[in-house]
Design a protein around this ligand. Structure first.
Ligand SMILES: [Zn+2]
Length: 227
């Protein structure tokens, strides 16, 4: 099999997305060194970590966690940027698998379902994929937790949030999601919501609220990066 990989690499050479060094595996996006140096949070499933604390007093999320810290100007930001804006799904699967490895031996591992934060259908059409779903698929490969990509729907409010202040973001988000598959009974289930980045937590809070308003469930949150 190695010769096939070597052969393919001749035509599809890839480089480490962080340092640019030539890679030797078509599945990798980072070299060994850059993977080792990733600014991982190490938050694991601690209930009092900074990501969990974002939701305190707002919504009863059991535990939140992130794979790495979002540092301004850091080359690791490129990974999420490539996934989100440059169509690099391979980067998303890779990051999802890394996230899965972090969750595998924690209380996240026996979640019943992974729910990626949905994109508005217009944005989805334009981009062609939901980056959170790709991350969830990668994490699912490692953890075995099934992905429910169409449980929650994002309605209206398709405008970008980047120009809004904090208060406007929260108001914009509060009504942005609805449950679209009412046939599932998720009472007493452990549900893991997946997103690429957590900053103010408004999006994830709104998604959690949708679940809590329909089910008596436990909600966990995992993102690739946290600000
Ligand atoms: Zn590298």
């Amino acid at each position: 099999m190695q010769w096939i990989i070597d052969f393919l690499m001749l035509f599809f050479p890839s480089n480490c997305l962080v340092c640019g060094k030539r890679l030797h595996s078509p599945r990798a996006i980072l070299c060994f060194e850059c993977e080792m140096k990733m600014p991982k949070t190490g938050f694991g499933d601690r209930g009092d970590n900074p990501v969990s604390k974002i939701f305190w007093g707002r919504v009863p999320v059991r535990v939140g966690t992130s794979l790495f810290r979002f540092e301004k100007g850091s080359a690791y930001q490129t990974l999420l940027h490539d996934l989100k804006y440059r169509g690099n799904r391979r980067a998303g699967l890779y990051l999802g698998r890394m996230l899965g490895q972090e969750l595998k031996h924690t209380s996240f591992s026996d979640c019943d379902l992974m729910v990626p934060v949905p994109l508005h259908h217009k944005r989805m059409k334009k981009r062609g994929y939901n980056q959170s779903e790709i991350i969830a698929r990668g994490a699912s490969e490692i953890t075995g937790i099934p992905v429910a990509a169409h449980l929650i729907e994002r309605k209206g409010h398709s405008q970008s949030q980047t120009s809004m202040n904090r208060q406007e973001r929260f108001e914009n988000m509060a009504t942005a999601f609805t449950l679209c598959d009412g046939s599932l009974d998720l009472n007493d289930k452990k549900i893991l919501i997946i997103d690429d980045v957590v900053t103010t937590g408004a999006t994830l809070e709104a998604c959690s609220q949708v679940l809590f308003s329909h089910f008596e469930c436990l909600v966990y949150i995992a993102t690739v990066s946290c600000a």
